[in-house]
Write a protein that binds this ligand. Structure first.
Ligand SMILES: C[S@@+](CC[C@H](N)C(=O)[O-])C[C@H]1O[C@@H](n2cnc3c(N)ncnc32)[C@H](O)[C@@H]1O
Length: 220
């Protein structure tokens, strides 16, 4: 399946640039307080009973670490090297045993059926191939293991969809590959998980183009 097959409107493959990768790493580190304000309660609820070992796709600056139990081991699949120092700082702050892997979600290098929980927040908008990333999640999870996610997605019909379509190219450029109009719920539902629970909601706040949100759990 092609890298752009899951976009509402296929676009050329995004070329990552070191300057944008650096700027995005800094941006997400500086926005940690804001993301906590908007998503904190949701993350607290979804991450409440995670096992001691968790794999996270696209950890960024470590925005999810404060919701893990201190002493948890986090395998962070984060291909942006400019985010790694911030990840280490955050891990030290929250007492997380951190293992950074510079791989991509589509190919983590982890063994088949080797983990009980995979988490990701605001990452499936950016991975190059959503279906490949989800197939990889499925591959590394043990039967019964959980994939826990919070993602911004394409809007249903209405003015916000028009805004997303208008902004999608510059947004993707500035936010280093972030697509505003993906139907991520459909991709998760199509992956063949044993059970999928998805809640649709709104992020709210100042970043209007990323308001439509999905969150939930898929069980392998
Ligand atoms: C919008 S940021 C979100 C960071 C963090 N999860 C959060 O909630 O703040 C997207 C992250 O996904 C990472 N990313 C981009 N492409 C990826 C891929 N193919 N596999 C794994 N992570 C990827 C980026 O480097 C970036 O850190």
């Amino acid at each position: 399946m092609s890298a752009t097959a899951h976009l509402a409107h296929p676009q050329p493959v995004h070329r990552h640039h070191p300057l944008r990768a650096w700027a995005n790493a800094k941006f997400f580190e500086s926005m940690d307080w804001y993301v906590h304000r908007r998503l904190g309660a949701r993350k607290q609820a979804l991450f409440a009973d995670l096992p001691q070992l968790v794999v996270e796709l696209g950890s960024g600056a470590g925005a999810s670490m404060r919701y893990l139990a201190p002493g948890s081991r986090l395998v962070a699949i984060e291909p942006n090297p400019h985010a790694h120092a911030a990840l280490r700082r955050t891990a030290a702050r929250y007492g997380i045993d951190l293992d950074i892997r510079g791989e991509r979600a589509e190919s983590t290098g982890l063994a088949d059926a080797s983990v009980d929980a995979v988490i990701c927040t605001l990452v499936l908008c950016t991975v190059e191939d959503q279906a490949a990333a989800l197939a990889e999640v499925h591959r590394i999870l043990r039967p019964g293991g959980r994939f826990v996610f919070i993602e911004h997605v394409g809007s249903g019909p209405g003015p916000l969809r028009a805004v997303q379509r208008l902004l999608r190219r510059p947004w993707r450029y500035v936010f280093d590959g972030c697509c505003l109009d993906r139907d991520t719920a459909a991709t998760i539902a199509a992956d063949g998980f044993a059970d999928v629970q998805i809640e649709h909601s709104r992020l709210g706040g100042v970043f209007v183009p990323v308001w439509p949100l999905i969150s939930g759990v898929a069980v392998a």
